[in-house]
Write a protein that binds this ligand. Structure first.
Ligand SMILES: [Zn+2]
Length: 238
């Protein structure tokens, strides 16, 4: 389209011999040497395309895969100038992605957070500095849905991340590990040899709860199996 600016009317152009008001999307190229004879670039009004574009977008959205279910927030923190490696962070995220979507959604709605740190001792984390003599790979706060995991303690930190996430679920669901129902499962599983001595599980039902959570969804093959009763109990919390 060729047009010339109407003399004395900066917002108007003469086009095919007629005076026409400039539209908002049009600009007079007055930066060029001869503004009066410069072509005006006028793209078609966007609105004329919108119904078709909206239909297409709706179609594309309908066919798009559903968004991934939410994952409790995993972040990293620098401790002693070090960050966990990307490979360890990926392993932690992959482990959490094994947890059923309903449980993940419950945890993320409650604001669950896991912070990954480099090193082998989680007591280096500022949130747990009151445990100077403890050497733990993972630790969960009782007052908030928060845990820290030192990812270099293990070749694959996923199991520890899941164990701490089990403690967080226990908190978020108002401590079902203290209930009579869980107590029965714990006693029965102890008698049938399903409760190992690892991580205080034989003395504390809350540790068996966290460890069952970890074993149920650990991506690592050959993990000590948890009982079906434990699995049903934990799944029933969602
Ligand atoms: Zn624990």
């Amino acid at each position: 389209m060729a047009a010339v600016a109407a003399p004395g009317f900066p917002g108007w152009v003469i086009e095919h011999g007629y005076l026409r008001e400039l539209q908002p999307w049009e600009t007079l190229r007055d930066d060029l040497p001869s503004a009066r004879t410069s072509p005006i670039v006028a793209p078609p009004p966007r609105n004329s395309l919108d119904p078709a574009r909206a239909r297409l977008e709706r179609l594309l959205l309908d066919d798009a895969p559903p968004p991934p279910p939410p994952r409790p927030l995993i972040s990293t923190r620098v401790i002693d100038g070090r960050l966990p490696s990307a490979a360890k962070v990926r392993a932690a995220e992959a482990a959490v992605d094994h947890v059923p979507a309903a449980i993940r959604a419950k945890l993320s709605r409650a604001g669950a957070r896991i912070e990954l740190i480099a090193g082998v001792d989680v007591a280096a984390h500022p949130q747990f500095s009151h445990h100077p003599h403890a050497r733990y790979c993972g630790m969960t706060k009782f007052a908030e849905p928060f845990a820290a995991v030192a990812v270099d303690a293990d070749r694959d930190p996923g199991a520890t991340v899941l164990h701490e996430l089990g403690h967080i679920l226990d908190q978020v669901a108002a401590h079902p590990s203290r209930s009579a129902g869980w107590g029965e499962i714990w006693e029965r599983d102890k008698r049938s040899g399903k409760v190992s001595a690892f991580a205080d599980q034989r003395t504390r039902p809350s540790e068996y709860f966290a460890e069952s959570f970890s074993r149920l969804w650990s991506p690592r093959p050959g993990v000590w199996p948890s009982s079906r009763a434990a699995e049903r109990f934990i799944m029933g919390l969602c």
